[in-house]
Design a binder for this molecule. Structure first.
Ligand SMILES: Cc1ncc(COP(=O)(O)O)c(C=O)c1O
Length: 373
């Protein structure tokens, strides 16, 4: 039996239909989309069809989508692009303390270049308070970037409300939706955002592909300069094979979204209920009790170190929320920001379910965990 994969927030397998859709573009339709001949036109048509599919999932126009190499590039494009383009208007960004390193690290680089960044705190469930956003805005604020859903604990942020505040103050609004796309609705108009980042490998497309939604009419200095690909917003010959894969993955995600939300949530809840029934108060749930990704269960196992627990469970692939260096346990920055006590957070384990998780796997996972804990 292969190990049970409960790490879908780290990455997803490529959906077989995605792989199948990509196949002809590897060996057969290899033209450069910029070429005028039949090979080029076939490749161009495939990229544009993929763009339509990504746009359909996000509820925007295809011309508002640019393909990137993934979530990290999309985030960097927005943060640095907004600063390069709007620095004359202000030098202040607002983000949160629980963002992925793909936001925190570029913010640190921009700080070294004289930009001021406010890292908003979160409550114990990992939630940003929109009032804190309002209070942090100054006449110099040019961008608010708050993630849609947290990769570790799954807490879903009140993005629509934060976007309204951003708009009231004439500030641009970005959300890193790497973890939410395909798991919960991510319609850009409902969220009210100007920019939204997508990571392909969290939605059953390959690693190394992503997208960025950019509201029409907004111009950003590109991160990568060169020829005029992607409407002049991201240079480099299109990654036709992976663009096609991401398009298919988004088409499937859209069709599967309500089933996913219902069935994956049900399995996730069974995992929690069964673990809690057997282990009771030795377990502490992290993240928001309701406003949480339907696939994510983040738990502190009292009295153990998460990594050591997982080491005893080679039949299970999950992630820990703490790192162990030279005998010292360090909590993730997300758990620290949520003020999780070190003696609890050291036992943190993230289980993230996905499209291929079965009830049998959940049942077996519970038995395995109970046996070693
Ligand atoms: C919330 C979040 N943002 C950004 C990323 C980075 O995406 P990518 O790996 O495609 O660069 C990830 C992936 O781990 C993520 O979880």
């Amino acid at each position: 039996m292969p190990p049970i994969y409960l790490d879908y927030n780290a990455t997803t397998p490529v959906d077989p239909s995605v792989a199948e859709t990509m196949q002809p573009y590897i060996a057969m339709h290899y033209g450069n989309p910029s070429s005028m001949h039949v090979y080029g036109r076939a490749a161009k048509a495939a990229v544009e069809e993929a763009r339509v599919r990504v746009a359909d999932l996000l509820g925007c126009a295809p011309a508002e989508i640019i393909f990137t190499s993934g979530g990290s590039e999309s985030n960097n494009t927005v943060l640095k692009g907004v600063v390069y383009t709007h620095r004359h208007k202000g030098d202040h960004l607002i983000t949160s303390a629980v963002e992925h390193p793909a936001i925190i690290a570029p913010c640190r680089v921009l700080e070294q270049q004289g930009i001021r960044v406010t890292y908003l705190p979160v409550d114990r469930t990992g939630m940003v308070d929109p009032d804190d956003v309002r209070q942090a805005i100054t006449p110099h604020t040019i961008l608010i970037s708050i993630m849609h859903a947290n990769n570790e604990v799954g807490t879903i942020q009140p993005i629509a409300e934060i976007s309204r505040i951003a708009r009231q103050h004439g500030v641009l609004m970005h959300t890193d939706a790497a973890q939410s796309v395909g798991k919960i609705p991510t319609l850009v108009d409902e969220l009210g955002v100007d920019f939204l980042s997508v990571a392909g490998h969290k939605v059953y497309a390959p690693k190394g592909i992503g997208a960025l939604y950019m509201r029409s009419g907004l111009a950003l200095e590109p991160l990568i300069h060169g020829a005029g690909h992607e409407f002049g917003r991201r240079a480099g010959t299109e990654n036709v094979i992976f663009d096609v894969g991401l398009g298919k993955a988004c088409e499937i995600a859209k069709a599967d979204l309500s089933r996913y939300q219902r069935e994956v949530r049900q399995l996730r809840d069974v995992l929690w209920q069964e673990l809690y029934k057997r282990l009771g108060d030795r377990l502490v749930l992290n993240g928001h009790p309701e406003q949480r990704l339907p696939n994510t269960l983040h738990v502190n196992f009292r009295g153990v170190i998460g990594a050591e627990l997982l080491e005893k469970l080679p039949e299970l692939a999950a992630s820990t929320g703490s790192a162990c260096h030279a005998g010292e346990v360090a909590l993730s920055s997300v758990l620290k920001a949520m003020q999780v006590l070190p003696e609890l957070g050291m036992g943190a384990v993230r289980f993230s379910l996905g499209r291929y998780t079965t009830p049998e796997e959940i049942e077996r996972a519970v038995e395995l965990i109970e046996r070693v804990y």
